[in-house]
Design a protein around this ligand. Structure first.
Ligand code: SER
Length: 342
């Protein structure tokens, strides 16, 4: 039986999955995407994929059946529990985030040809010991301060190494073993989408604040006003994954690349929103555990390696992110939502 060549997207129903499916579907008339998620794919995305499979990445029999039916050319392995959820259920997070990734790598490794394995990592891999160190060390490169304090960060850092191992050294004592994985990893800052709101992350205060403000709602922020971490908007996050996937191998000098757009404090977000929505009130009511997590994350990232090796550059800076992507699209989104509700 010939197997249809496909792009497999795990966590397809998550925020990045939605953006990625829309982008990939726009690029081709023949959808060759197989979407995989614990929950059924959103109805409006179903026409954009070849098949939507509801299942668990811990179900290896189900994964094997996908490999029997399809030829896996590219895998975007997006499924994960984010940092706040992972702290509530650490062992489950380890199962999903680490064992799930091993399962996908093992599935890819069964192919005779090379499978591109595209993996999103996170600022959560950093662990700055205190605020002085954090604010005195802006623009952190890929290889410094790698002492994550969360299960999610530990999982992501380990899986960065795991992907590299499967690509370069898998089964290195067996001369008949030929690795068939080309692992490429984007280390993301917090991501903000105009169309979806995240759940279970610790950078969620920024998208929550923006979506609340556009709807005219007040917002109680769960971190202090000085809290600063890097961010980017969803179209740039999708572009980073696509560009790294398409980069010529000979240009890549490493397997994991930082990408970023702008770093902003919570109060800077609030001020920027209050310029457009002067009637909203933003208060700060820090949750100590979540505050400690973001305090340990980098203030800003050095993404010069991605610039040099594969021409990465975000399309949106701070002002264009707000003025041309976030605010107009979120306003249109909720306007449509209200129309639909009438
Ligand atoms: N957005 C993620 C989280 O908050 C971090 O990459 O968990």
């Amino acid at each position: 039986m010939t197997r249809k060549p496909i792009t497999l997207i795990t966590g397809a129903n998550g925020e990045i999955g939605h953006g990625l499916i829309r982008y990939l579907a726009e690029q081709t008339n023949t959808p060759n995407i197989v979407a995989f998620d614990l929950k059924p794919l959103a109805d409006d995305l179903l026409p954009l994929v070849h098949e939507s499979i509801v299942g668990d990445i811990l179900d290896t029999a189900l994964l094997d059946s996908i490999g029997e039916r399809y030829q896996l050319d590219t895998i975007y392995h997006l499924a994960a529990l984010l940092s706040t959820t992972a702290e509530k259920y650490p062992e489950l997070a380890h199962q999903v985030n680490v064992q799930g990734t091993v399962n996908l790598l093992a599935l890819a490794n069964k192919e005779a040809h090379t499978v591109k394995f595209i993996y999103p990592s996170s600022i959560a891999v950093y662990g700055l010991p205190d605020l002085d160190t954090k604010y005195n060390n802006p623009n952190i490169p890929e290889d410094q301060f790698l002492h994550p304090t969360t299960m999610y960060g530990v999982n992501k850092l380990y899986c960065e190494h795991l992907g590299e191992y499967y690509t370069k050294n898998y089964g290195q004592l067996d001369p008949t073993t030929k690795p068939s994985i080309d692992f490429r990893c984007v280390r993301f800052p917090g991501i903000i989408s105009a169309f979806t709101v995240p759940s279970g992350g610790t950078s969620d205060y920024a998208p929550e604040m923006i979506h609340a403000a556009v709807q005219g709602n007040d917002y109680a922020c769960f971190v202090r006003e000085d809290t600063t971490i890097p961010f980017m908007v969803m179209p740039d996050a999708v572009q980073a994954l696509i560009q790294l996937a398409n980069a010529p191998s000979q240009r890549l000098t490493q397997r994991t690349y930082n990408v970023t757009s702008f770093s902003l404090s919570a109060s800077d977000f609030a001020q920027k929103l209050q310029q457009t929505y002067p009637n909203i009130t933003i208060t700060y009511n820090p949750t100590p555990a979540r505050q400690a997590i973001v305090d340990s994350w980098a203030h800003s990232l050095d993404d010069s390696c991605a610039h040099q090796d594969w021409g990465w550059s975000p399309e949106y800076d701070l002002d264009s992110a707000f003025d041309t992507y976030l605010l107009p699209n979120i306003e249109a989104h909720y306007a449509q939502y209200q129309l639909d509700a009438v």
